[in-house]
Ligand binder design. Sequence first.
Ligand code: NAD
Length: 471
Amino acid sequence: MPAKYEMTIGGRQIPATNYRETRNPADGSLVGLCPVATADHLEQALETARQAFGRWRHSTHSQRKAACEAVAKVLGEHSRELAALVTCEQGKPLKGLGSEFELAGAAGWATYTASMDVPDRTLEATASKRVTLTHLPVGVVASITPWNWPLLIAVWHMLPALRTGNTVVIKPSPHTPLSTLRMVELIAEVLPPGVLNVLSGDDHLGDLLTQHPAVAKVVFTGSIETGRRVMRNAASTLKRLTLELGGNDPGIILPGTDPAGIAESLFWGAFINSGQTCAALKRLYVHDDMYEATCGALASYARSVIVGNGMDSATQLGPLTTERQLQRVSELVEDAKRDGARVIAGGTAPGGPGYFFPVTLVGDAENGQRLVDEEQFGPALPIIRYTRIEDAVRWANETDYGLAASVWGTDRNRLAEVAEQLEAGTVYINKHAEVAPNIPFGGIKSSGLGVEFGVEGLQAYTTLKVVNAAT
Ligand code: NAD
């Protein structure tokens, strides 16, 4: 019998009438059965969260802090089980920058979020008046997560919401629901009933959740297209929004950089989680002087990387998570080939079983090709040649995406100048794709709205109230 997972509402496991299979992208094996929520489950979860909010909103800072610490402890204690589940349903390796890394990040984020605060402030205290500013929770938060880092992103959504006195209904991606269902089941045991609830089902459930008047805020991580839809849905009741959307991050390598010295960092900046990372390096602009040397250094590093089933401890990169993603990456690489780009490594899917695509480097790529202009979200990196830095910066910025960007080199002034010109929510220097709980992260242009992390990220789960008193 395959393992059956359940939704958690009000601290209890709620059986469903329908279940769907979740399969392992590495070999097609059955991982478990995922419940499909009905409209009644949705109403039940939102009503439970609404009632729990009536109590949790009055909890003290120390109670909320203790709750987040308890969550961190649960994540630490169950990290092996949860990491294995992530690997089985998502595909990333257990080791390296894989699911154990994801779980360690989730527990660390929970601990850090516990320690954070958005203190109330006195803006004026004079003989004639006293003005205070209070951060209040917004209410029921709907969290909608993608399939690439299912548990880390869930923690990024849930913990700041709980820390600031909100209650949560989370809906994981239909591609990777089991790890979130199990995580919430475990976490809910250390939280007051109804403070954290989980519903699973297809994409339509997201539509219902984001339209529902009982939801005060939506925190959404996913594609730009769905983000726009979430924003439209949220308009009817003016829900608060945090949208973390797609990226097509450029990296620029300045002349005079040592390609062999940066190859490893560049590689993992691009290929972490098989490229299925919002802020991964997705197009690389390299100065003509070191173009061939950079391609060579990356290809040489790529040859050392082991792609395989994530449960094998030697594996460094797993399969893509969905068949659709495999088709998309294959299509974009074929399109670049037809357009005259040169495959330096990989290039063709090996064919089943599993949604594997090899580490692929595409040289002589150009802006205007789909692989460069669109977010590939997979292990295929286009490498574009430039001679004038002005052109590289223009090409890097010539897009609606604006999540992150990076510049690589040795001349500090030149690095700072280029960083200043790049249009992105985060610009990295000599690294890429690093996030931290104390550093706000978010996209500009179509890559998002608002930020997560840091004090600014925490504040996004609150609403301001001013009391302006004559004294
Ligand atoms: P997606 O937009 O297809 O799905 C994301 C979530 O939205 C899923 O839970 C899905 O069920 C739900 N959803 C689908 N239709 C919906 C609707 N109409 N209303 C409400 N919810 C709906 O995205 P994905 O394919 O799961 O994730 C990949 C994308 O996410 C990439 O573009 C990636 O760059 C982006 N992403 C961004 C960040 C970030 O921090 N900016 C982080 C991770 C992933």
